[in-house]
Design a protein around this ligand. Structure first.
Ligand code: ZN
Ligand code: ZN
Length: 487
């Protein structure tokens, strides 16, 4: 199986015909436009790649299948249905028929649900509430199928040829699991009795089909055997026990048959949209993230930026999105700067150009200003989400691109300086705090900030003069504070 273009470790399940790209689940837009998935890069519908799933073969799951019904609710359900079934056999005829139909119907319905759910890749037993509807209808339809089969076999036997009739009977016996499977998957009697369909299922699965058939026979036989061992006593406990065993076996068997479909889903042409690809639509911010990542990996910076910008406008609080946006802005900074310089050059060259051209060439912010804005936003997000320990690293990444960067918010600048001071980097702390009172004369904690500056300067050799200046500034700030307080 091909790997995903963007995740070499993941299997691709989709293919974009126009980009010629193979993608995994993560890298396609399952979005809101109907059932289709779309390519994030060119926004065209993708094709589903059919291929074998990594499914354990069903014969290696036989052990697990016996554990499948082992959950409390289901066991209680089996016990109650079996007990009621046994009670039914002791009742007068009309009541017996009614209750038997009801209990058998509920149990059969549940078994068919086990089959179709397992075939869809859901390997835990379905909710028992799913058994209460349509049980009787199911029994009548199964009965109808049995009648059709018997009529067909006996008509062929009587009117066409005895050999052919026997062969048809034999075929239907062999096809029993295929009939059950087809009916469980389609709920269509005509399909379930269509010899062509049945033959194709048997031929596609091949030898393992024989295994399931043999198991079915053995299980039916062993239920018989067990009843004989327990004895033909017509007492309620014995009958209940027999019913319980056979119902338990039925759940296991139907689960196994479903698992066989799950294993051979591609070979059988079971629509993949019903199975492995049936997944929940991710929240929109996750899809926008996946889209941005694919666009970035493709090198479509412009489209990636657009996607990220619109995502940031709507999902400002999302952690992953903030990280990706910040890193994207850092990574594209030098590119932006080059483009900006070129632009400036064009602007000066086109002094005589029509005003519309000139207008399109004016950008609002310089790349430095833009990065500073993004960094401010990101640092603030880090403090708001209690990730203060990441502040210094993030700051240094920005400072690496624009060495003069200082956060616009005085609190943030102060906090960052404190972190650098704590981390044994007084130079960075001093750099950040220098000029704070000029940039933010109204900042409430100017005095503690300058005290921090003084301490940081003390730790840097050759800064005696600056320490003195800082001390004088603190005195001045205190005097000003006292004046304000006395007013
Ligand atoms: Zn991928
Ligand atoms: Zn595409």
């Amino acid at each position: 199986m091909e790997p995903c273009k963007y995740h070499p470790m993941a299997d691709a399940h989709f293919r974009c015909p126009s980009c010629q790209a193979h993608c995994c689940h993560e890298c396609v837009d399952e979005g809101h436009r109907g059932d289709n998935t779309f390519c994030f890069v060119c926004e065209q519908p993708t094709e589903i790649i059919e291929g074998p799933l990594n499914v354990t073969p069903f014969w290696r799951r036989i052990d697990d299948s016996f554990r499948y019904p082992l959950n409390k609710t289901l066991l209680i359900f089996i016990a109650i249905v079996s007990f009621l079934g046994a009670v039914a056999s002791q009742l007068p005829l009309p009541l017996m028929l009614g209750l038997s139909l009801l209990t058998t119907g509920v149990m059969m319905k549940y078994c068919f649900n086990c089959l179709s759910e397992t075939a869809r890749g859901n390997l835990s037993p379905p909710d028992i509430s799913s058994a209460y509807e349509g049980g009787i209808v199911l029994i009548f339809r199964l009965f109808l199928m049995l009648v059709i089969a018997i009529v067909a076999v006996s008509s062929v036997y009587a009117y066409i040829s005895t050999v052919l009739g026997s062969l048809l009977g034999f075929f239907l016996l062999i096809a029993l699991p295929a009939i059950i499977i087809t009916y469980a998957m389609t709920e269509n009697i005509v399909d379930a009795l269509n010899p062509l369909k049945l033959t194709s299922i048997i031929a596609t699965i091949g030898l393992p089909y024989g295994l399931i058939l043999a198991m079915l026979m053995i299980m039916m036989g062993s239920v018989e055997l067990l009843s004989e061992l327990i004895g033909f006593e017509n007492s309620l406990p014995v009958l209940s026990l027999q019913a319980m065993i056979s119902n338990f076996y039925s759940v296991v068997m139907f689960h196994l048959m479903g698992y066989m479909i799950y294993q051979y889903q591609y070979e059988l042409g079971v629509e993949p949209s019903d199975h492995a690809f049936d997944r929940e639509v991710r929240p929109e911010q996750h899809r926008l993230l996946a889209k941005s990542r694919a666009l970035i990996k493709e090198g479509y910076w412009g489209s990636a930026e657009k996607a990220l910008n619109s995502a940031m406008q709507r999902f400002q609080a999302d952690d992953e999105l903030n990280d990706l946006y910040f890193r994207f802005k850092l990574a594209t900074f030098s590119l932006n700067q080059k483009a900006y310089q070129k632009n400036e050059q064009l602007k000066s060259d086109s002094a005589d150009a029509p005003s519309t051209v000139k207008k399109s060439l004016t950008t609002k912010l310089t790349p430095q200003q833009e990065l500073a804005k993004v960094a401010d936003q990101y640092l603030l997000h880090l403090t708001q989400t209690k990730k203060d320990h990441q502040l210094t690293t993030a700051y240094q990444l920005v400072a690496h691109q624009t060495p003069n960067y200082k956060p616009h918010q005085p609190t943030l600048r102060h906090q960052l300086a404190q972190s650098f001071c704590d981390a044994g980097n007084p130079r960075k702390a001093a750099q950040l705090l220098n000029g704070l009172h000029k940039d933010n004369p109204r900042y409430n904690n100017l005095i503690p900030a300058y005290e921090l500056l003084q301490r940081s300067l003390n730790d840097i050799p050759g800064m005696e003069q600056q320490v003195q200046a800082c001390r004088r500034l603190i005195v001045k700030l205190r005097e000003k504070q006292d004046q304000v307080a006395s007013l």
